[in-house]
Design a protein around this ligand. Sequence first.
Ligand code: NI
Length: 381
Amino acid sequence: MQIDDAITRQITDEFYWLHRHPELSYAEVETTARLRAALTRAGVRVLDVPLQTGLVAEIGMGKAPIVGLRADIDALPVTEQTGLDYASERPGVMHACGHDFHMTSVLGAALYLKKHEAELGGTVRIVFQPAEEAPGGARDVLATGALADVQALFGLHSSPLFPVGTVGVSAGAVTASVDKFTLHFQGKGTHAAHPERGVDPIVMASSFVLTAQSIISRNINPAHRDLVSITRFTSGNTWNVIPETAELEGTVRCLDNADRAHIEQRLRDLAAGQAASFGGSVTVDWVAGPPATDNTPAWSDCAREVAEAQGLTVVPAPASLAGEDFAYYQTKLPGCFVLVGTGASPANHNPAFRVDPAALGPTAAYLAALAQRAIAQLARS
Ligand code: NI
């Protein structure tokens, strides 16, 4: 199945416009208005859902089977360096993660499905979700209840690892849980020449930085894929003073959701133990982000079969320790998150990241076919 050239042209134009006008998380006002206008022009019903930005629309009569297609719509605080003629017109803001590609692919699927609404035999909810990068827009959408009756939800991410025409599909986790922590080590300030009169928080925190790497290597099943990264170490302000405090910031990522609580506990225990062993103390601020994605095996099979039927090359999705808030939906709904090849490019979030617009038409067709097939499958079961 292919979508018609008119839809491909339209979503390609929308892609260029959206790429030129990126908006940060929870500020996707013009983006939402643009999507709403495109849907409304095509006669697609936009639902009355309490979201500040983003929207939920519907094709079909609102009756079961009900499946969903989700795209995230926010951009990143990155200054674009692609040199593209449709580069961002907003300094310091860029669609550097391909969310412009996600929303226009889903828009194309919506326009196609609207044209073929009579044969749909069910309902497709279209979710344009704000603030994936914040992250947490997925929780806002869930809180509206707009997806409570959805039986299968599909989402996509652009991937510069694959050429256009290749899709990565796997069951289980394809992205990791994301937790963020800040550790405040408390020592006792003193003259650099008299360390014996103080408690050095830099030595304390440094010892913790090295010890923390033993959590993955010594406390976790070596077959599992998790990580601890410490990414900021801040302390002191001059050369001849041992400071009072040291602050560390970092992240824990798990493809095995079951390891998450264990790693947090080990990290807290090690921090407290290291601090105490040097005569200091530590407080821990823990911010839990999304869990690991968890693709339902049956819907992963469906996503793979539809991709093959669409003439796409299907490969296993390489698991990444990056996060994706689609995982919040998967704590409530079955479904599948797929990776779509968008051609060679520097990595997502890089200022030179780019998506080949040639991927738009085939991806829109794939998502439309996936929604149709999921409805047919649910109708049979
Ligand atoms: Ni992204």
